[in-house]
Write a protein of this length. Structure first.
Length: 185
């Protein structure tokens, strides 16, 4: 790319053993997270998950701070009881709203919780759209009793996301980095 300093043993700038990212260089992040696991679904086990979803959210670096702050505001608006009102605002990043909690709320016979959950999901989707976030992912809907190789499905899905993120970066002629929220595999 034009305007970049020359590579010096794989390092931009003059620092050895470190990568210095210049402020004029645009960059994309791909944050990867999953819901469920790819293993066997047992219909008799209430804790068994009928699906596995893994998604990479691709966002341009300049939008990260605003998106993060807006997401925390959404979490605090829809789930105020989850947070300590006297704690610093950014501490709410540590509180995770789990997908299984949202699915459970949608199955309950509680109109207020259903509306809260739909409102939260709608606000999150609007946030992603307003920040030009690109989603790359896979979903596996499991048949009861079918055996799935968790490591193979998981690894193949990560490769799929990274491959498509690389295609995206080549189209944009930009740099990028993949960040995984849970390196369990």
């Amino acid at each position: 790319m034009a305007g970049l300093p020359a590579l010096n043993n794989g390092v931009y700038g003059s620092c050895k053993g470190a990568i210095v990212i210049w402020s004029k260089v645009s960059m994309y992040f791909c944050y990867v997270d999953e819901s469920g696991e790819a293993g066997t679904f047992q219909i008799s086990d209430l804790n068994s998950n009928p699906f596995f979803v893994i998604v990479g959210l691709v966002i341009e670096r300049s939008r990260m701070i605003a998106l993060t702050h807006d997401f925390l505001k959404i979490k605090n608006r829809f789930f105020p009881g989850y947070f300590n009102a006297t704690a610093p605002f950014l501490d709410s990043i540590l509180v995770e709203i789990k997908g299984n909690e949202l699915r459970k709320a949608l199955r309950e016979d509680n109109t207020r919780r259903w509306q809260q959950t739909i409102g939260f999901i709608d606000a999150c989707l609007a946030l992603l759209k307003n920040n030009n976030v690109t989603l790359i992912g896979r979903a596996l809907i499991k048949n009861p009793g079918d055996k799935n190789d968790d490591a193979a499905v998981y690894g193949g899905s990560i490769m799929h996301i990274c491959q498509h993120f690389n295609y995206f970066l080549m189209q944009q002629q930009e740099f990028g980095m993949v960040w995984h929220g849970n390196c369990r595999q």
